[in-house]
Design a protein around this ligand. Sequence first.
Ligand SMILES: Nc1ncnc2c1ncn2[C@@H]1O[C@H](COP(=O)(O)OP(=O)(O)OP(=O)(O)O)[C@@H](O)[C@H]1O
Ligand SMILES: [Mg+2]
Length: 288
Amino acid sequence: MTGSGDSAPDSILRIEDLDVTYRRRGRKGDVNAVCGVSLDVRRGQTVGLVGESGSGKSSIGAAILGLTPVAGGTITFDGVDITHATRAERRLLARRMQVIFQDPYGSMNPARTVGDTVTEALRHNLGLGKAEIADRLQRALRDVNLPSTAAERYPTQFSGGQRQRIAIARALVMEPEFIVCDEPTSALDLSVQAQVLNLLAELKRSRGLSYLFISHDLPVVRYLSDEIVVLRGGQVVERGPAAQIAENPQADYTKALLMAAPVPHPAEQRRRREERRRFLDDGEALAG
Ligand SMILES: Nc1ncnc2c1ncn2[C@@H]1O[C@H](COP(=O)(O)OP(=O)(O)OP(=O)(O)O)[C@@H](O)[C@H]1O
Ligand SMILES: [Mg+2]
């Protein structure tokens, strides 16, 4: 890791000209999942990343977290180039940068208690004493509105929304500054989704967190974000302040994303679906 020194002082995460490329096994040609994307997350702020399925959102998150190799460009965290950070450097970064995924259960061992699940990285990474670990666990459970007795129970004994709170607690115990949230509420019922979004907003305030918030759902992204970046086919089609992108989008693609957002009224939903289909058909006709 080398200091670049040229990041704005209030920038916690900066991506410049990022490319992520996947090899297609047994087939010719690579998949250019992300092509030349730049974005800047300022301290205490949330940048929302929105786009349809396959637009490259998770690939950007994975590149930041070191879960997928970077084919081009740079990723800077708090002024330090982490684009090709080593495993040892990643371990240190885990104290400052965490992630919350859509399906927390997929990453939880059902045979482990919630307490063990939440403190696993703490026990292996930070070398803290037992009392400090217990303290941090209780604080994290309290911050996500779970009772302290949750620590002795197992993930299977909790609902989807509660499991997402456990996943948030697991990120919080590390006391990070920055969290990648990759569709953290997409698997939840609408009412539970709102509770988890409120919780994330509250934590942002109380802990001064910064988020990269990934979702295909523009209204959800708008709720939490200061700025929104719209992705299509691995490229940025539009960006700007959250209110502007959600209320007065310029790109037809962003307008279509808004039309695709879930609305409670079935007839309205049908109308939007048809509009969206027309837009996509037109787009394909143009592209073809
Ligand atoms: N491990 C991989 N190997 C090969 N191709 C991949 C891999 N991961 C993603 N892709 C491809 O890269 C492109 C971007 O995928 P990515 O998962 O980043 O999109 P996304 O916007 O997160 O989509 P979703 O909303 O469905 O989660 C897609 O074409 C996808 O098929
Ligand atoms: Mg994804």
